[in-house]
Design a protein. Structure first.
Length: 68
């Protein structure tokens, strides 16, 4: 199940890369990274987990600024 969640997260991130300048792309990136974070935690790759969390924060800030 964790592997499937990771694959869904990866596919979501690929889709987000084509829409990154739009709010939809930022939302997709946040969802994709959240799913990938589940897999990173399960595999104990904490460096990737930290990167994902920092990226989620960055994309969230960008999304909040775009929606103002």
């Amino acid at each position: 199940m964790i592997e499937l969640i990771g694959w869904i997260g990866a596919v979501t991130m690929v889709g987000a890369s084509f829409k990154m300048s739009e709010p939809l792309g930022l939302k997709m990136a946040i969802v994709g990274l959240s799913l990938l974070s589940i897999q990173a935690y399960d595999t104990a790759t904490y460096n990737l987990l930290a990167l994902n969390i920092c990226s989620i924060i960055g994309f969230s800030i960008s999304l909040i600024r775009k929606e103002k």
